[in-house]
Design a protein around this ligand. Sequence first.
Ligand SMILES: C[S@@+](CC[C@H](N)C(=O)[O-])C[C@H]1O[C@@H](n2cnc3c(N)ncnc32)[C@H](O)[C@@H]1O
Length: 375
Amino acid sequence: MKTKHSVVLTDSREMREISNESIDLVVTSPPYPMIEMWDDLFSSLSPTGAGALKKGDGNAAFDAMHVELDRVWREVDRVLKPGAFACINIGDATRTIVGRFRLYPNHSRIVSAFRSLGFDCLPVIHWRKQTNAPNKFMGSGMLPSGAYVTLEHEYVLIFRKDTKRKFATDAEKSARMRSAFFWEERNKWFSDVWDFKGTVQGLNHGDLRSRSGAYPLELAYRLINMYSLYEDAVLDPFLGTGTTTLASIACGRNSIGIEIDRAFSSFIFEQAGSFLDIGNQMVSTRISDHGQFIATHTKSKGPVKYVNRPHGFPVVTRQETGLQLHRITQIVSSPDLPIQASYEPVGRLDDAAYAEKEKDVLHNTGVKRPDLYRY
Ligand SMILES: C[S@@+](CC[C@H](N)C(=O)[O-])C[C@H]1O[C@@H](n2cnc3c(N)ncnc32)[C@H](O)[C@@H]1O
């Protein structure tokens, strides 16, 4: 398997390089309206927003900034295939302007934008970013009634364009089986609160990443696995440091990233060029976590019933029996060309080796004849 990853340094309010209905998934995080670090950028995109900020009219500035994001959402609608998902990470903003403290509800404004475009809204994820800083509480302290609740989460908004994606042909069905995730990953990833404490980030330049509002690699990695298949096309119209590119490489998806700030370009190519070990570590961690899960699960609940065909490990459900993980064998990253990644399957048991594993699992589980998915 091979994947390609383009980085286009342009303005995503017009994504001319991307054809209509060519993208399978959007994973992104826009600049957050009314968060001060993005004021200059929004002022350059919107003279109306700049004027409103200068006048101290917070509500008008908020509206003007979202008008610019709306232009990108319209483009997202144009390029997504019917049945495809858009996952938008966004936080609300709190800010005092001319003595007036207010919440600027970015997430609900973006939900309205997608609803007006005709997307279906789906249950959202709360990304919990708990802080223990002593100054995290705002307002009048212990005295009623002017203290404010602290924002300790961001959202991942999830939308679907049109009706469900169809997997009609045998090739599509098989690609879907290979792209499955583990039962225990489903239980964690499809919970509506995410907390990345304890997940290994492993990427360098932590300082640049936090100054640029980068999201954790794990966030993009989960979303891509949850909502796309191997070799699908993933788009990030606000690429920043290129986290979505890296996650797409790790997941075996193709990707296109659009970024207006040319300063990120060399950083993105450099990061991708040295990503092979980190990407492969993510896959090894999934396999070892699965092993640990199966050990604990077997102890508490008894043996599982199914065997995964490519790898030979025990799995809880029939849907996991075709799951196939890949190792990255090479990443070629040079500016001016799409980044290219090559892969080999991790589990590829031949019939004899599989029969051995199957016997092993059956023997250990006491299951006589599980209804196995033949890969
Ligand atoms: C919140 S950051 C994204 C961070 C990214 N998820 C990461 O992990 O690094 C938003 C990015 O969008 C870029 N941006 C803002 N407006 C844009 C536009 N109209 N077109 C393309 N990129 C834009 C900004 O320069 C910034 O890098």
